[in-house]
Design a protein around this ligand. Structure first.
Ligand SMILES: Cc1ncc(COP(=O)(O)OP(=O)(O)O)c(N)n1
Ligand SMILES: Cc1nc(C(=O)O)sc1CCOP(=O)(O)O
Length: 215
């Protein structure tokens, strides 16, 4: 919770709970207090993978993120309440178009740079590929993967609406200045919150910029 509060205080508008190890019942207490933190700060908690968990602690201030092999958008929406935000992962611009046609509220594109947070299954995309993703995306575009305060600039310049960071917040020193926003060009749409996450923590709490609902 210290990490989550630091991220919110640093300017993150979204937190993501990505826990690949624990059963959903074990995730529930933390998910609940994260939701309450987000609700108190007009932020959004995104649950990774688990539509039922997102529905159980939602609908207010709670959304869902699905990958290419998770539940398709239509099936996930049967579990979610109407209006709950739903994002989907993509590694190609064509997949972004597909995710939009499926009805995703926002689309994620990665990995931008090399990351050690999860296995890299292909070369990093880089800002040039993100420009292609930008051209395909008609809903908010989230950039993810290996993004730090040092390399976020070209990602934002390439058109990302939001930045998703895990290790960057985990490895950040605890000084207050480092917890503050690493990047803020348009404070209403593009900003990155930095907090601190212990490297060994199996729970990955992502902090990100704002992504709105489907327009
Ligand atoms: C914002 C955002 N983008 C991409 C992912 C990755 O999701 P997924 O493809 O489902 O992979 P895992 O997280 O399950 O390893 C994400 N979680 N969030
Ligand atoms: C969980 C995840 N998904 C990715 C994708 O490309 O879909 S990259 C990634 C890891 C993000 O963590 P970090 O900021 O530490 O690199």
């Amino acid at each position: 919770m210290e990490i989550a509060r630091a991220a919110i205080n640093g300017g993150a508008r979204m937190l993501q709970l990505r826990d690949k190890l624990r059963d959903k019942g074990e995730q529930l207490p933390l998910a609940t207090v994260l939701r309450d933190l987000c609700a108190a700060n007009d932020a959004l908690l995104i649950i990774n993978d688990h539509a039922d968990l997102a529905a159980a602690i939602g609908p207010d201030h709670v959304g869902l993120h699905v990958g290419q092999t998770d539940l398709p958008v239509a099936e996930a929406r049967k579990i979610l309440a109407p209006g709950q935000v739903l994002g989907r992962s993509n590694r190609d611009p064509d997949l972004i178009i597909e995710s939009q046609q499926m009805g995703a509220d926002h689309v994620a594109f990665g990995a931008m740079y090399t990351t050690t947070t999860k296995p890299m299954i292909r070369n990093p995309q880089g800002p040039e590929r993100l420009k292609q993703a930008r051209a395909a995306a008609q809903v908010p575009l989230v950039a993810i993967g290996g993004i730090t305060a040092a390399n976020v600039g070209p990602v934002v310049e390439a058109g990302a609406d939001a930045i998703c960071v895990t290790a960057a917040v985990g490895s950040a020193p605890r000084s207050r200045s480092r917890r503050r926003c690493a990047y803020r060009r348009d404070s209403s749409r593009r900003r990155t919150g930095l907090g601190r996450i212990p490297d060994a923590n199996p729970l990955q709490l992502k902090a990100g910029g704002h992504v709105g609902r489907r327009r």
